[in-house]
Design a protein around this ligand. Sequence first.
Ligand code: RIB
Ligand code: CA
Length: 311
Amino acid sequence: MATKVILDVDTGTDDAVALMLAALSPDLELIGATTVVGNCPGIVCTQNTLRVFDHIGVDVPVHQGMLEPMVRPDFNRPEKSVIHGLYLDLPPATSKATSNDAVAWLIETYEASAGDITLIPVGPLTNIGMAFRQQPSMLAKLPELVIMGGAHHIGNTTPSAEFNIWVDPEAAKVVMGCQRPIRMVPLDATHKALISLDDCKKLRQLGTPAATAAASFIEQRVEGYNKYQPMAEMDAAPVHDALAVCAVIDPTVIKTELIYVDVETKGELTDGRTVCDFGNRSHKEPNVHFATDVDLPKFKEMMFDILGRTA
Ligand code: RIB
Ligand code: CA
């Protein structure tokens, strides 16, 4: 029985790979995607998400969400992200967004559900925080959140913070406090799950629309990481959001520790940091299964298997 999922995305290059994995995996039923401002302006994230679904030939509802963070003004992103660019290098979408109110759609979908839809946010948590605030009763129908975001040992946007949490710390704080099961896939895990240019060659050899597009997106990421954020291995890059989707398909692809996690919203130097209480110093009830390690061969095998499929 396929697991019902919703992806909340700020489609950029790794979100695009995550969307294709979720749409093509026989173990998932992707019932919709919601877009949020993050890697790109919100309307660009929506267009990119539509382009991805058109490219692989699937009809998945796309609902545009928040165009600004919950509390803070939007941030001054560069004209084009070095890792994501702006519009994905795919033909302009022929499909259209189903609505421009992702928050309302999330609320009504969960309220009407049987409580069997896993929510996979892989961008800033603005839509999710807004929905939880507007309609707390939806939480009773939320079986699990599997979030790409956060970090303990590293930051990728400031020395203290990971991008998705940094963009909207207040929304992230609401989500950390939701008292529903949370698995977090942070940089501590995704930076151990690098996909190389050689892997991209193997993807291209698969010859499917998804594998070919994923290869292009990841090669673009490798170029950006080589230049601006070199990883332990050159000519390789993390595909953060893809790991979160794979963790829903097969939970054994990551290793997690149950800890208390909160979000800094007032720190001059630490705004947007996920404060991870591995030593239980706060004596607070642990709230997050925090991924600390990855089964890289399994992750790669899942990527090749699923992206080698067609709709
Ligand atoms: O920090 C990595 C995260 O920020 C990924 O979700 C990437 O797509 C960006 O949203
Ligand atoms: Ca993302």
